[in-house]
Design a protein around this ligand. Structure first.
Ligand code: GLN
Length: 486
């Protein structure tokens, strides 16, 4: 009973439903696990112990009445850029350090409607800008596989919480890789759904044409269960798609026959770590053994422009989105001045961290009158070409497979002073956001005890195929059963 926290969501749900355990027992187990490991990994920025136990009691009532839904009574953690009514939502930034939203994000409403238990909020790179969670204004999160290394980012806290069993599942957000890259670095499952699959109402905006919310889980089946609940059309988010949501658990068929999988050679980039390449090659052989038709000659030559396009578009959108933090409406406000302009300037100067300021400067530059055509407009045009290239590839293939990241987790501090090196850690993930496609990262090996993730990319709104491939691979391997030494 003491190690209930280890359960994947599917099993926890079964036990709750059969009334073999209660939500209070499960929540207590997760909270005490969390207390034990938190000072080693620092995955959370807010822990709501009392509220969580209250929610668990309420969930137990619902369970006793026989109304157990898949997330009822299950403890979860939420990345701190999703609004939670009455619970601080900081984006790991000083500027929102004391911000308590008066409403819930749609995804949070969805969890609450199922009577889920919210344990707290997870650490992240400030405003989701980063790949290591070192850009948090509060503290860095550590990788449980080696606490001297980064967990990836920006959803580093959520990935670590799942790897260490602090919670049964977590939510993250992904603008250029922020769910998949930390999932790969921590050896958990992370899905970025198609742009428009999940409402972003109440998600603090970073780059609105790229941002998407998704689950971080212990298994692929767990991922399908969470997606079932959070995927929806929402009139409050005009970019959410008015398509019906399938039952994703039905896609979990362990069979790859007739599935055509392309391996785009450009994703085996220069500078890729040897062990990552060999692990992913071995994983691809496994997919072939399992019945998939593999084509190693797939090619997406425009991929080489994706990084440049992303680092024009994402900062441009960020510079517009972050203009709202002026110290007037909400958040940190610099008061020690008589002049409104100085107050606004100082609010931003002291409220934002270095990376956020860098993005705002990049963005305002790319959008400025003299440079708009040369940078922003051109990047938009290349974006259209990149999207077209994926469309073409998907006429031939049902899915594409690549490494999630070119390296295993790097050392804390290793890349903080070299933004270009940091940005490169997302070369394999950010083209997918540019094209708005769904992609999942699943555990696919280790190099010297450090995790390696495999990315499976699907057609728009075809999360089912990538879940099926991920599930089949997971059933045939045991990477996902390994636990960090913590
Ligand atoms: N690492 C990328 C960036 O810094 C992606 C972040 C994200 O997906 N939120 O912008």
């Amino acid at each position: 009973m003491d190690d209930l926290y280890k359960l994947p969501l599917t099993q926890a749900h079964q036990l709750l439903k059969e009334k073999k355990v209660s939500s209070v027992e499960l929540t207590t187990a997760c909270l005490s696990r969390l207390t034990r490991v938190e000072d080693k990994v620092h995955a959370c920025v807010t822990i709501c112990e009392d509220a969580a136990l209250e929610q668990a009691k309420k969930a137990d009532k619902v369970i006793r009445s026989g109304e157990t839904k898949p997330l009822t009574g299950i403890p979860a953690l939420i990345k701190d850029n999703m609004c939670t009514k009455g619970i601080k939502t900081t984006c790991s930034s000083k500027i929102l350090g004391n911000f308590v939203p008066p409403y819930d994000a749609t995804v949070v409403e969805k969890l609450k409607a199922e009577k889920a238990v919210i344990l707290g909020k997870t650490n992240m790179d400030e405003f989701a800008m980063g790949s290591s969670t070192e850009n948090s204004a509060f503290f860095p999160t550590r990788n449980p596989w080696d606490v001297d290394r980064v967990p990836g980012g920006s959803s580093g806290g959520s990935a670590v919480a799942i790897a260490t069993d602090e919670a049964i599942y977590a939510l993250g957000s992904d603008t250029g890789g922020s769910i998949r890259q930390p999932a790969g670095f921590c050896s958990v499952v992370g899905l970025k759904p198609t742009y428009g699959r999940i409402s972003r109402f109440g998600l603090v905006a970073f780059a609105s044409s790229l941002d998407q919310i998704g689950p971080l889980t212990k298994t692929v089946a767990d991922c399908a269960l969470v997606l079932n609940v959070i995927a929806s059309h929402d009139p409050r988010d005009s970019t959410s798609a008015p398509y019906p949501v399938p039952d994703y658990t039905k896609a979990l068929i362990p069979d790859l026959k007739k599935l055509r999988i392309g391996i785009p050679k450009e994703y085996f980039v220069e500078g890729m770590q040897k062990e990552v390449r060999t692990s992913i090659e071995t994983a691809i052989k496994k997919l072939e053994e399992l019945g998939a038709e593999i084509d190693c000659d797939a090619s997406l030559p425009l991929t080489k422009y994706a990084l440049a396009v992303y680092y024009i578009l994402a900062p441009s959108e960020a510079s517009a989105n972050l203009a709202r933090y002026d110290g007037v409406k909400y958040g940190f406000s610099y008061q020690d001045t008589n002049n409104m302009w100085e107050a606004m300037e100082k609010t931003k100067q002291f409220g934002f961290g270095a990376e956020v300021k860098r993005r705002i400067m990049l963005g305002t530059y790319a959008l400025s009158a003299g440079y708009y055509d040369a940078y922003y407009l051109k990047a938009q045009k290349v974006r259209t070409l990149i999207r077209g290239e994926f469309d073409q590839a998907f006429q031939k293939y049902d899915a594409l497979v690549t490494p999630t990241s070119p390296t295993v987790p790097f050392k804390l501090g290793e890349k903080v002073d070299d933004p270009m090196q940091m940005y490169l850690s997302d070369v394999c993930t950010l083209p997918i956001n540019i094209a708005g496609l769904p992609a999942i990262s699943i555990p696919a090996g280790f190099a010297d005890g450090l995790p390696i993730g495999m990315q499976i990319i699907g057609k728009p709104f075809d999360e089912e195929t990538i879940l099926r491939i991920a599930f089949t691979y997971e059933q045939a391997t045991d990477w996902h059963t390994r636990k960090p030494p913590i």
